[in-house]
Design a protein around this ligand. Structure first.
Ligand SMILES: [Zn+2]
Length: 244
């Protein structure tokens, strides 16, 4: 081997060794293995290693347009599609009134819980068909004139009672009247309805949003999940909660 050849072989070996060292360092950087334990023991907060996922309420779980959905929103601007929608699972809730099965079950539980506290709630007016609302609305217009009628009665196809998820309840000597809100029964409903999946649909001072004045007697079933979320976030109306 000539001297020139020897130099070439040594250079080649050196290059191989250097390349191997570089590759090894990239695979296991010395910084990481030395500093990580120090970080996790001293400066890093405990939750860095255990991220806690915040449960986010999913506003798309149910439709707000489908009449069969427990989140359907109907008001003076939003009607049923089809306008003569009729629920297929109506059952009796007593006093000649009907609601959809799921809402009826929840109402039964609520009336039982109220009764356990010596409060008697009476179902007054539950499901109303499109045709019934036509009669109710026409009578209101005839009695009070259209302007007044529109503040207290829904046009046919715009009444929540057509969902089969709403009911007017009375108690404590008050029926479908303002005084219900001041009875022990009315106060109990305002405070506890959400536990059974109901909301007081037309709260005080929300006339501009709901289109209706305060109706402490009118409750609407939306399911426990949504009712609890509205209670927790203190958003009282469906219009505000869904931003419509
Ligand atoms: Zn009502």
């Amino acid at each position: 081997m000539t001297k020139r050849h020897q130099t070439f072989v040594i250079l080649f070996i050196l290059i191989i060794v250097c390349a191997t060292v570089v590759l090894l360092l990239r695979k296991n950087p010395p910084e990481q293995t030395q500093t990580n334990p120090i970080h996790s023991n001293t400066t890093a907060p405990d939750n860095v290693d255990k991220p806690v996922a915040k449960p986010v309420f999913d506003k798309t779980t149910h439709s707000i347009n489908d009449p069969q959905s427990i989140w359907i929103i109907v008001n003076k601007q939003r009607s049923f599609d089809p306008i003569t929608y009729t629920p297929q699972d109506l059952v009796s809730v007593g006093n000649g009134q009907q609601m959809r099965q799921e809402a009826a079950n929840a109402l039964t539980k609520m009336l039982k819980a109220a009764s356990a506290e010596n409060l008697t709630l009476q179902p007054m007016s539950g499901y109303r068909s499109y045709q019934t609302q036509q009669v109710v609305y026409a009578r209101e217009v005839e009695t009070y004139g259209q302007t007044v009628a529109d503040t207290q009665s829904a046009k046919p196809g715009h009444s929540e009672h057509q969902t089969g998820l709403s009911i007017d309840i009375g108690g404590g000597g008050c029926g479908i009247e303002d005084c219900f809100g001041n009875t022990a029964e009315g106060k109990w409903v305002a405070a506890n309805a959400y536990k059974f999946g109901f909301i007081v649909r037309y709260p005080e001072s929300k006339d501009q949003i709901t289109g209706y004045r305060y109706e402490p007697w009118h409750i609407r079933y939306v399911g426990k999940e949504l009712a609890s979320e509205m209670k927790k976030t203190n958003i009282q109306t469906l219009e505000e909660f869904f931003g419509i």
